[in-house]
Design a protein around this ligand. Structure first.
Ligand code: ZN
Ligand code: ZN
Length: 414
C-alpha cells in the first residue's frame, strides 16, 4: 500500500487511550500516512476505498521508550564487530515492528545510522529516537573496564558509552553526540545492575556536571535522560533539569513530587528484571549482579505506585539487553497489575509520546496523528496479554499507514 493513498478502516472498535474508552461505529480515514478523519461510518465520502476489519479492535501502535538494539557485545566477550552488531539490530528492529512497536527510543548504543537505515527502508523497524553513546563518569555504570585494566582511552570504552569527567569533557561529549545526530542525551547518574564496580545507592556525576550536560543539550533542542535507581540520584538529576528518569526503582513520594514540579517523566523498565532473573546467570552474571537484580525487582512495583499517586507522567520501557527481546510486550502485564489495563496501555502509548515530544503525533488514534495502527483480535481493555509473547492477538500493524503486518490479508486490496 502506498503511503499517499486515501482509504477508510471500517467495522473496527477504536481504542481511545486518552479517554480510556472503546469507540464503536466510527471509521478511521487514512491519508498521506496520517489519520485525516475519524467519522461516523455513514458519513464517509462516496467512493472511498474501505478496509473492513471485521469487528476487531484498533489500537495505537506501541512505543518502547527504553529499548537497546545495539548492545550485547559484552556477553560475547567483545568478539563481535560493529558490522555484525548492526546486522543483529536489523533483525531486532524487524521483530519489534511485528510485535506492534511502531516507535522506540533507543537508550544508548544505536545512533543516527540506525535511524537513517530505518527511515530509508533498509531495515523495516520502529521509528527511532536515538541516544548515541551514553555519558559516564570514570568508574560509573558506563565504565566497563575491569579493575585491573588501567587503559584510559576515554572515547570508546565499552562501545556504547563514553567516559567524560569534568565540565569540559562533558560539554565535549554532548557536542560530539549532537554532531553525530543524537536525538537525546543519555547519562549514567548512578550505579547499575550489570556493572561490577558501582553500587546502586551511589549517585554518579557531580551536580555541576549534570547541570552542564542539561544546559548543553537544551541549547540545541535536546533533552537528557538519566539511568538512575536511588532516590537521592533521582532527586539530584531532576533538580539539575534531567527530563527523563530511567528505571527509578527507589523513588520516594518527595522525589515524585519534585518530578511533577519539574515536568520530568518516569520510564520504568520492570520487565527486564523479571527476564534477567530467568536468564542472567546464563549470561555469566556474578552473584552480586543477581542480588542487585532481586533488589530492584522487588522495589520497582512500589515506585510505579508512588509515581502514579503523585501524578508523574509514567511511560513504558523494556531495557532488554541480554534477555530475549520477545519479552518486549510482557512488561505491560506488570504495569496492569498495578494500575489496570486502561492506565497501563497509556504508559506505552500516549504517555510515551510525551516523553519523546511527539504528543498528538503518535501514541493515539486521533485526527492529525500518524497512522500507526494495530489490528487486534481481542479487547486490550480486557487485559494487555493480547500484546504479550504467549497470548498475542495482534493480527495487523500499520506504520504511518504502511502495512507492515497483515495476517488475514485485510489490507491487501488497498
Ligand atoms: Zn540503565
Ligand atoms: Zn538501558
Amino acid at each position: 500500500m502506498s503511503e499517499t493513498q486515501t482509504f477508510a478502516i471500517t467495522n473496527g472498535k477504536i481504542v481511545d487511550v486518552v479517554a480510556g474508552e472503546i469507540i464503536d461505529g466510527k471509521a478511521i480515514v487514512v491519508s498521506d500516512g496520517k489519520i485525516s478523519q475519524i467519522v461516523e461510518t455513514g458519513a464517509l465520502p462516496d467512493g472511498i476505498e474501505t478496509v473492513d476489519v471485521g469487528g476487531r479492535y484498533l489500537s495505537p501502535g506501541l512505543i518502547d521508550c527504553h529499548a537497546h538494539v545495539f548492545i550485547g557485545q559484552f556477553n560475547d566477550g567483545g568478539h563481535v564487530l560493529a558490522s555484525e552488531m548492526t546486522a543483529r539490530s536489523g533483525k531486532y528492529l524487524a521483530e519489534m515492528l511485528q510485535r506492534g512497536f511502531t516507535t522506540i527510543r533507543d537508550a544508548g548504543g544505536a545512533d543516527q545510522g540506525h535511524k537513517a537505515a530505518q527511515e530509508q527502508g533498509l531495515f523495516p523497524g520502529p521509528r527511532m529516537f536515538v541516544a548515541g553513546r551514553i555519558l559516564s563518569q570514570t568508574g560509573g555504570h558506563g565504565d566497563h573496564r575491569g579493575r585491573a585494566d588501567t587503559c584510559s582511552c576515554s572515547s570508546q570504552i565499552g562501545g556504547i558509552s563514553m567516559i567524560a569527567d569534568g565540565i569540559d569533557q562533558v560539554r565535549w561529549a554532548v557536542r560530539e553526540n549532537v554532531r553525530q545526530g543524537a536525538d537525546q542525551i543519555k547519562i549514567m547518574a548512578g550505579g547499575g545492575v550489570s556493572s561490577p564496580g558501582d553500587k546502586l545507592v551511589h549517585p554518579q556525576y557531580s551536580l555541576e556536571e549534570i547541570a552542564t550536560i542539561v544546559e548543553e543539550a537544551d541549547r540545541v533542542g535536546r533533552y537528557v535522560m538519566a539511568h538512575v535507581y536511588s532516590d537521592i540520584g533521582i532527586r539530584r538529576a531532576v533538580e539539575c533539569g534531567v527530563r527523563s528518569i530511567e528505571h527509578g526503582n527507589f523513588l520516594s513520594a518527595e522525589s515524585a513530587k519534585a518530578m511533577v514540579d519539574r515536568e520530568a517523566h518516569l520510564v520504568p523498565t520492570l520487565i527486564t528484571y523479571e527476564a534477567d532473573a530467568k536468564y542472567g546467570m546464563s549470561f555469566g552474571w556474578a552473584p552480586e549482579n543477581a542480588e542487585k537484580n532481586a533488589e530492584v525487582l522487588a522495589s520497582g512495583l512500589k515506585s510505579l505506585e508512588v509515581a502514579l499517586a503523585a501524578g508523574v507522567n509514567v511511560g513504558y520501557g523494556t531495557d532488554l539487553c541480554w534477555s530475549p527481546k520477545s519479552y518486549q510486550g510482557d512488561g505491560l502485564m506488570i504495569h496492569q497489575k498495578v494500575c489496570g489495563p486502561v492506565e497501563a496501555l497509556r504508559h506505552a502509548t500516549v504517555n510515551n509520546a510525551r516523553v519523546v515530544r511527539m504528543d498528538g503525533q503518535i501514541g493515539e488514534l486521533a485526527e492529525g496523528a500518524l497512522a500507526d495502527i494495530l489490528v487486534v483480535d481481542a479487547n486490550p481493555y480486557d487485559g494487555l496479554e493480547c500484546f504479550s509473547q504467549h497470548d498475542n492477538k495482534i493480527v495487523g500493524v500499520l506504520q504511518a499507514s504502511k502495512t507492515v503486518r497483515d495476517d488475514h490479508g485485510l489490507f491487501a486490496g488497498v
